[in-house]
Every structure is written in C-alpha cells, then in structure tokens.
Ligand binder design. Structure first.
Ligand code: GDP
Ligand code: IMO
Ligand code: MG
Length: 422
C-alpha cells in the first residue's frame, strides 16, 4: 500500500483542512510536508472551529497519528500555542504527534526579515510568518534544525553564529536595531525542554509504517500556483506545495505514492500580490467574498475572488499528477444567476496552448469565458450526487471536462456532514 498526497490546486485556501479531516477517518497517519505557520487550515466540528497552522488536520481524529515532516519550517511558539489550544479543547497530542529532527526552526530574525522585506520595493504580500527567510537559511546551509535542540552547546554556537551575521545585516543594511542573542537563546533552550518528546526519525517511521500496511495521507499546505518552482514566481511561497514536495518533505520515495488528490475550490481566490486572470471587479468580487466568507484563516486579510479557471486547474492536474478531485465551496455559487468559467487564455489575440507561469504573460492574458446558468437553490443539505439540482450537475460536468479532472468528493458546506462522495 502506498501513500496518498493531498494538494491545493489553486492559490491556497481551497478547503484542504476540511477534506483532510474527512479523509482522516480512513487514514492512520497524516503528515504535513512543507510550509509553516503561513498555512491556516480550518476544520469545523459541531460548534467548534479549529484553525491549524502547523499540526496536520488529522489531529482532530483521536486514532490518527500526526507527523510534521522535514520539509516544514517550525515556529516553536506557534507550535506550542497550537498544542495548547488543542489540549484546552480536550484533544491530547501526546504519543500521537511527531516532528522530524530535520525540520528547520523559524527564528525571531526570520520574522523580522520577512516584515522588513515586505516594506521594500517588491511586495509579495507574505503572511509575515518568517517563511521565506527561514527557507533561505535552510538552502544557504546555515539553518537551525529541530535536531539542534538536542545538543545545547551546538544550539548555542549556531544561534550565536547566525545572530552575528543577522545583526550586521539588520543594522548595516536595514538600519534596524539588532536582536538580543541572550533572549533568543533563553527562548529556544526553553523550547528544547518541551519539544524533545515529539522528535522522531520521520523517514524511517513513515517507510516502516507503509511496510506494515498502514495508511498514510500527506497534507500539502498552500497551493500549486504558490509553488516556488511551478507557481507564479516571484509571487509564491518559498516551498514546494506540489505533489513532488511530498517526497522531499517527508522521506517517502516517489514509487511509494499511490495517488494524488487535488482540492479545488468551485471558484478561485488568492491572498497577497501577483497576477490573477479571472479576478472579479470590486462589486462582483465582494459578493463572492461575502457569501464565501473569504478572509484569510491566518492573517484575516480579505481574499481576492474570481471565477473558476479551468485552464489553471488543468495545469495543476498536470504538475501534480492529480488522480481525483474534491470540489469545495460549491454551495457559495448557489447565489449567482449566471456563473462564468474560464476555459482558455488569449494573449495578443491568440489562444495559448499551455498555461504560462511567467508573471509578465499571465498579467497580460485575457480569459476566455463560457457562461453557465446558476441553479439558485440551496444545496447545502444535499447528501448525494442525485440530490443536486441538474444545473449544479451541469456546472460540475462542465468544469471537470474543461479541466480534465475526475470529481470524487463534493463539499457543500464547511461542516463534516456537508460532504458528498460520488
Ligand atoms: P485551507 O487552507 O485549504 O485548509 O482552507 P481555509 O481553511 O483557509 O479556507 C477554507 C474556508 O472555507 C474555511 O473557512 C472552511 O471552513 C470553509 N469551507 C470548507 N469547505 C467549505 C464548503 O464546501 N462550503 C463552505 N461554504 N465553506 C467551506
Ligand atoms: P493555506 O495552507 C493562501 C501566500 C501569501 C503570499 C505568498 C507568500 O492556508 O492554503 P509566505 O508567507 O508564504 O511567504 O507568503 O503566499 N500564502 C497563502 N495563501 N493560503 C495559504 O496557506 C498561504 N500561505 C502563504 O498570501 O501571497
Ligand atoms: Mg488556508
């Protein structure tokens, strides 16, 4: 038996948290493989809402073991806060949360450099969680990892070495106050006491678990178009949310990936800057934003909203090797008389054959739309595919044909029971 990867197929916030929670009923292990506390994965259970930033969304099912892979960058404070929110809600993580020794730590200077970077000329619109600067240090081979917490002397040496360099950068280049090394040392040595019990050799654990026939779900954060290689660079995050990242971010080899599930919102949203061909104007965008409650789960920022982009989803299918799709937030479209779907892009009067990730091209393309009738009926209580109005089925058929996707799950509301399996 192989692992299943779950990826965001657009620009993030597709509803990954809800679908991971649903699927977790059938999985024994759920693993986050990239990103950090920039993610905000919402799960609603009864009258409770949980927003998970670092811990896999499988944590809300008591039989599921959750793992944070090496590809994730961990803000210790965010992790401890999340653990305590869960425990205050009666959800224990002891013995069922493990963290890779090779995951990198977000340091206070990463968050500071993230915010300084955003005040410069090139504004990405980041979440300010220190993600980019932490991955810069990881690939620059000066990062501090979870494993470093196990050796106090080494930890102290690494923090002092890094801070010397960062303080020079802060003071000489950015004319900002330097950070206090003793304070950071104290904070991270303290974290060392609480984190020890969670540390694990994750690649061995996961591969042995697969050998034993255990089911493993790999939970992506962000989305395909935010991938540092395959997204709308430079308006991307600094990791690999696409399915390839699931291997490097966990230590599970490609030939042990059995299937890839894409999470696709029934329309499109984006937070932060960068091109968005199907973005709606103020008035129509506001309607989608209000009905869909499109505000960031991490930063609370209003999300930019637009019509479904089948050309983009087809690209996402190709990059990730998506086998099946969960469509989310279909209920939000119940309020529209007419619904548009982008089926192609034109650039300089010519139809493009392939999706362009180049920001220059993408910001100049004209979306080619087909307009479908809305169904104008409440679908949030529908339990089966047959319960859906025929115009809703027409919409689903149209977007699946145009994007080349196979829809297996339809989500018609944020709650667990508002889920249709096809
Ligand atoms: P994620 O980052 O991909 O996990 O998505 P977010 O949690 O950031 O955003 C998705 C939002 O939509 C959350 O508030 C969910 O509770 C909500 N949601 C998920 N599925 C549905 C759905 O089918 N219908 C509606 N109306 N809301 C949904
Ligand atoms: P989930 O997992 C939507 C966006 C930011 C910004 C860009 C870079 O909840 O889907 P970063 O802080 O990562 O350096 O910001 O990426 N971004 C997200 N957008 N959902 C997310 O996560 C995001 N995580 C980062 O808005 O445009
Ligand atoms: Mg989110």
């Amino acid at each position: 038996m192989g692992a299943t990867v779950l990826v965001g197929s657009q620009w993030g916030d597709e509803g990954k948290g809800k679908i991971v929670d649903i699927l977790s009923e059938k999985f024994e292990i759920v693993v986050r493989y990239q990103g950090g506390a920039n993610a905000g994965h919402t799960v609603i259970i009864g009258d409770k809402q949980f927003i998970l930033h670092l811990i896999p969304s499988g944590i809300l099912r008591e039989n599921v073991t959750c793992v944070i892979g090496n590809g994730v960058v961990i803000d210790p404070q965010a992790l401890l806060d999340e653990i305590s929110i869960l425990e205050n809600n009666g959800i224990s993580v002891d013995g069922r949360l493990f963290i890779s020794q090779n995951a990198h730590l977000i340091m206070p200077y990463h968050k500071l450099l993230d915010s300084i970077g955003e005040s410069g000329e090139q504004k990405i619109g980041t979440t300010g969680r220190g993600i980019g600067p932490c991955y810069i240090d990881k690939f620059g081979r000066r990062g501090i990892r979870i494993v470093d917490l196990l050796n106090r002397d080494e930890l102290e040496r690494k923090i002092r070495f890094n801070l010397k360099e960062k303080n020079e950068l802060l003071q000489k280049v950015y004319h900002h106050e330097g950070l206090d090394v003793e304070e950071i040392l104290k904070e991270y040595l303290e974290f060392d006491k609480t984190i020890d019990k969670y540390i694990k050799d994750v690649p061995t654990f996961l591969n042995y678990s697969l050998d034993e026939g255990k089911s493993v779900l790999l939970e992506g954060a962000q989305g395909t178009l935010l991938d540092v290689d395959h997204g709308t660079y430079p308006f991307v995050t600094s990791s690999s949310p696409t399915s390839g990242g699931a291997c490097t971010g966990t230590g599970i080899p490609p030939n042990r990936i059995e299937s890839v599930i894409g999470i696709v919102k029934a329309y499109t949203t984006r937070v932060g800057n960068g091109p968005f061909p199907t973005e709606l104007n103020e008035e129509e965008g506001e309607k989608l934003r209000t009905i869909g409650a499109e505000y960031g789960a991490t930063t609370g920022r209003p999300r930019r909203c637009g019509w479904f982009d089948a050309f983009l989803v087809a690209y996402s299918k190709m990059i990730n090797g998506i086998d099946s799709v969960a469509i989310t937030k279909l209920d939000v479209l119940s309020h529209f008389d007419k619904i548009k779907v982008c089926v192609a892009y034109e650039l300089n009067g010519k139809r493009l054959k392939h999706f362009p990730t180049s920001v220059e091209q993408l910001s100049k393309v004209t979306p080619v739309y087909e307009t479908l009738d809305g169904w104008k009926e409440n679908i949030s209580d529908c339990k089966t595919y047959d319960d859906l109005p025929s115009k809703t089925k027409d919409y689903l058929n149209f977007i699946s044909e145009q994007s080349g996707i196979k829809i297996d799950i339809i989500s018609v509301g944020a709650e667990r029971q508002q889920t249709i399996f096809c």
